[in-house]
Design a protein around this ligand. Sequence first.
Ligand code: DWN
Ligand code: SAH
Length: 405
Amino acid sequence: MKNSVDLCRSCNTILDSVIDFGKMPIANAFLQKKNFKDEYFFNLESTFCPSCKLFQLREQPNPKKLFHSNYAFFAETSKVMQKHFNNLSGELVGRFKLSKKELVIEIGNNDGGMVYYLNKKKYKCVGVDPSKNVSERAKSKGVLMINDFFNYKTSNKIKKDYGMAKYFLSANTLAHIPNINSVFEGVVNLLDKKGVFITEDPYLLDVFRKVSYDQIYDEHVFIFSINSMQRLCKKYNLEIIDVKKIPTAGGSMRYYIAHKGDYKINKNVSRYYKIEQKYQINQFSSMKRFKKNCEKSKNQLLDFLNKYSKNNLIVGYGSTSKSTTIFNYCNISVDQIKYLTDTTPTKINKFSPGSHIPIYDYKYFKNNLPDICILLAWNHATEIFNKERNLFSLNGKWMVHYPTA
Ligand code: DWN
Ligand code: SAH
């Protein structure tokens, strides 16, 4: 597949440009000083398909450059997210009455995922993830893993080796896969009659309303809405049977999808669809407003940093993929933000992509408390504020980057 597209990845319509964020490094490519000179850049531009309403990147680097044996993100760094995955696995057992004979497949399960919790309870599951290091971590926790990219071809291999799936799961993964048609073909190929495909991803309405443009980076090739998801499902004779608005990953939508006619459609689908219509998120006027709000947000952040960085130690909390977009779009450097702190071993003692701000471990943060802390991992605010109640929050000030435009 060509990395940069002019036509929609799903329906081949000419894409409309929404906002060009300019030159960007790979969001999760935390690097050492010796690699600064070889750093890879691409152009980050959001576009919108006027026909099937898919909000998508124009260019995405080759997925093999993003997901490999040294992938930087480990989902187990958040206790709240682990609880969330455990709860969803519980929903399969409770609401959907999963039996021990039925197969559950999860794609992008990273270092464990929902299948980790199901496997612990002796349910039949398989995980599929192309990033070798996180896959190995899941394996070490007992999960049966296929270390590969999920697509139609992989689905045939899975079908041959393990049979059809009753539940097909994906959290924060569908948005990462450019060949979306091949993913849907794979799901249809594997999903048993009365099977359910449950997927959750950052939600376009949240991105627009919070102006959380930092959700846009190389890995997030799509930001879905109910409208675009419904159109994708229709193409494959699938339908959304229920939706759930969830707070995780900065504001997400969970879609419950099944073969057409297998289940009664819950009223939530039309209820949330109407909210999308009310906010007109699939109209070009909203795209234009989003672009303006992004520019406004950039100026506000730069004004803040210029005002306070001379006389205060400002640092960033959580070296996220999201912060790569903020730092590079806003041209932020170590002159304004002195260091970043993070608990992930793959990021510590490296530098942030493009902006080259040093990343230190939590011990360093405790010994060098700043005056102002920019919460880059704002999607984990409750978890982090609770943790910092007695140390940082007593004397320092928090700043959450995303503005309400
Ligand atoms: O979609 C994706 C999501 C699920 O995860 C991926 N494309 C990549 C990644 O996105 P992200 O990097 O924006 O994820 P997070 O979860 O916002 O990253 C939080 C970062 O903050 C991690 O590096 C861990 C760190 N952290 C920390 O230092 N202290 C997190 C917590 C909860 C903490 O207490
Ligand atoms: N589900 C976890 C991890 C999300 S990060 C969570 O919600 O926290 C996205 C994950 O998708 C990464 O582990 C990445 O390796 C994986 N991924 C990327 N492309 C994929 C593909 N084609 N098939 C399966 N997994 C994929």
